[in-house]
Design a protein around this ligand. Structure first.
Ligand code: SF4
Length: 329
């Protein structure tokens, strides 16, 4: 197996902090790599999950759209939404030409509306700078707005079949458990070790297949909280099999109001504005009444803050002189 010396094939997403418990042995053992490769690819040949975006030679545009959708949205939802989105926006040109309000409407049900705007901005750059064709080099992809390290590597691997490492939260978890000897479900290897493992284990020439297979195994068997080692296709080669005690991650508090995170409220506001006919707007008072039929003292200042943030993020327009709010067009 060819193992390049340089790390130019490595693109990663933001790495979580490594965790380690007593009894954990993070020394990496790669002696079983070829056996693991055979297990993973053999399993994938029969059991690969079927998705509308997973085809032998996918359109790079579809790969980019689906990877953007997959960030924080369930696959079942994307199965349903992606064909509708592609019907409305079949290529970079049509996506580049759309306005904010229209794409936010098309993004309905996907959550995190900022992603839709970033994707549209990326499409504009692809049209302006690359003639409407997604570039196939890491440097050019990195230069596009909104494309982080994970998306760059996913596009290079899944769309252009390049030999690159695709390291996301799922592959990090799977590699940590397979090649380290962990004791709790919270632990992951330090990032430097993960990068080493990731660059060593994928079979050259089969990056796309390998990484999608690893993601499937991580999603279906090696889950974050309750790994199903008994049924997992790589149990016999896994150094952490049947050893992982379930551990609950510490709660991370996020800004909230009336017991709900602000991101949920932001989504509701966009949803309310999305439901307006295109020639109508909504005033702040009406918005507050629609959100909170029974008002509390803190609602007003909090809503001002949220509306200002939505405006800053380019999702809405507000004209305070006439008390009018609408999705940005
Ligand atoms: S055997 Fe268990 S810990 Fe190892 S990869 Fe499979 S599910 Fe994860």
């Amino acid at each position: 197996m060819k193992r390049p010396d340089d790390t130019s094939h490595i693109e990663t997403s933001g790495a979580p902090k490594a965790r380690r418990s007593a009894g954990t042995n993070l020394s990496v053992d790669l002696t079983a790599v070829e056996r693991v490769q055979a297990m993973v690819l053999g399993w994938y040949a029969v059991h690969a999950r079927r998705f509308v975006w997973r085809v032998p030679n996918p359109d790079p545009y579809v790969v980019l759209v689906s990877e953007t959708m997959l960030q924080q949205t369930q696959t079942a939802r994307i199965q349903e939404k992606l064909p509708l989105f592609l019907r409305q926006y079949p290529d970079f040109s049509s996506l580049a030409a759309t306005d904010n309000a229209t794409i936010i409407r098309a993004w309905q049900g996907m959550g995190y509306n900022n992603r839709a705007l970033r994707l549209r901005d990326c499409a504009r750059a692809v049209v302006e700078r690359f003639g409407g064709l997604l570039p196939d080099t890491a440097n050019d992809l990195r230069s596009l707005p909104g494309l982080g390290p994970y998306t760059v590597s996913a596009v290079l691997s899944f769309a252009f079949h390049r030999d690159v490492v695709v390291l996301d939260v799922n592959t990090r978890r799977l590699y940590s458990r397979l090649f380290g000897q962990l004791t709790t479900t919270l632990e992951v290897m330090p990032e430097s070790q993960l990068l080493h493992v990731a660059s060593e284990v994928y079979p050259r020439g089969r990056s796309s297949e390998w990484h999608q297979a690893c993601m499937d195994i991580a999603a279906q068997y090696c889950t974050a909280r309750s790994p199903r080692c008994l049924f997992c296709p790589v149990t016999k080669a896994c150094r952490s099999a049947f050893r992982l005690a379930e551990a609950v991650p510490p709660r991370v508090s996020e800004p909230s109001h009336r017991g709900k995170p602000n991101r949920i409220w932001r989504g509701r506001i966009v949803e309310l504005l999305r439901g307006l006919p295109s020639d109508q707007t909504m005033g702040l008072t009406e918005l507050r009444t629609r959100l909170f039929p029974t008002e509390e003292e803190t609602d007003g200042p909090w809503l001002e803050h949220i509306v200002a943030a939505l405006e800053r993020d380019g999702l809405i327009d507000r004209d305070q002189a006439v008390d009018s709010i609408q999705l940005r067009s």
